[in-house]
Ligand binder design. Structure first.
Ligand code: FMN
Length: 216
């Protein structure tokens, strides 16, 4: 009995650290650099300060990139047929988290600094405050086909998934520029390694990765 109690206690103590869900501060949606200035400043840059973002900065960045901006839960980026099939994962010094834009929360997927696992040798990824990993979840469309009889071809679904990622990437670039941070999107990554690390399921695939953070 004592052993069972000790096991349950150990599990309860360990669980929040591994599978915890953190509520982010409400994102700041006003102020900032003008859009035209941010467009002028946007560029790919690969030097990072190895400085962490505050929870408020992270919340602002995630909202600007892929947050909800309407009561019907649609996003700051456009989505084909209004279907949200793109996920954002955050890899920072502390761990790997999945962003839930509706609840404005981060769910821990894995503990530890895995930023270098997002690259095939580009060392700056380890110094970027965050590496955002974009995932297209084509399985969302399977449910729509099964439950609603939709006939959207898979090829189109995949292309639209990349379009969604592209829009998120540009939002994140512009927000980074507006904050005076550096950023670079990356198409060079190990799909199999990242899928395993992020515990992706059938139909989910990494589309792009983006390193973002304060300048040195
Ligand atoms: C789809 C895509 C994949 C990219 N992959 C990488 C990459 O793996 N590593 C990298 O350092 N930059 C990558 N880049 C950034 C480009 O090198 C960069 O956008 C390009 O040189 C133009 O510079 P700019 O973004 O400053 O306009 C990628 C850009 C795009 C759009």
């Amino acid at each position: 009995m004592k052993k069972v109690f000790a096991f349950v206690l150990a599990f309860l103590l360990a669980a929040p650290a591994v599978w915890g869900e953190d509520t982010l501060p409400a994102p700041e949606k006003t102020g900032g650099m003008s859009l035209l200035q941010a467009l002028s400043e946007r560029r790919s840059t690969r030097e990072f300060a190895d400085t962490d973002l505050t929870p408020q900065q992270l919340s602002n960045l995630l909202w600007a990139a892929a947050g909800v901006n309407r009561p019907d839960e649609k996003r700051v980026y456009p989505t084909a047929l209004g279907i949200q099939d793109t996920l954002v994962y955050v890899l920072n010094r502390e761990g790997i988290y999945k962003y839930n834009p509706v609840a404005n929360t981060l769910t821990m997927v894995e503990k530890g600094d895995h930023r270098m696992d997002t690259t095939q040798g580009q060392g700056f990824a380890a110094r970027a405050a965050v590496n955002l990993v974009y995932v297209h979840d084509a399985s969302v469309w399977d449910s729509l086909r099964n439950m609603k009889g939709w006939t959207t071809p898979q090829e189109l679904v995949i292309r639209w998934g990349y379009a969604h990622t592209g829009a998120i990437v540009q939002n994140a670039y512009l927000y980074a520029a507006s904050q005076g941070w550096n950023s670079v999107v990356r198409g060079s990554f190990d799909q199999a390694k990242l899928s395993k690390l992020l515990k992706l399921s059938e139909g989910q695939a990494v589309t792009l990765v983006q390193s973002i953070g304060p300048r040195p």
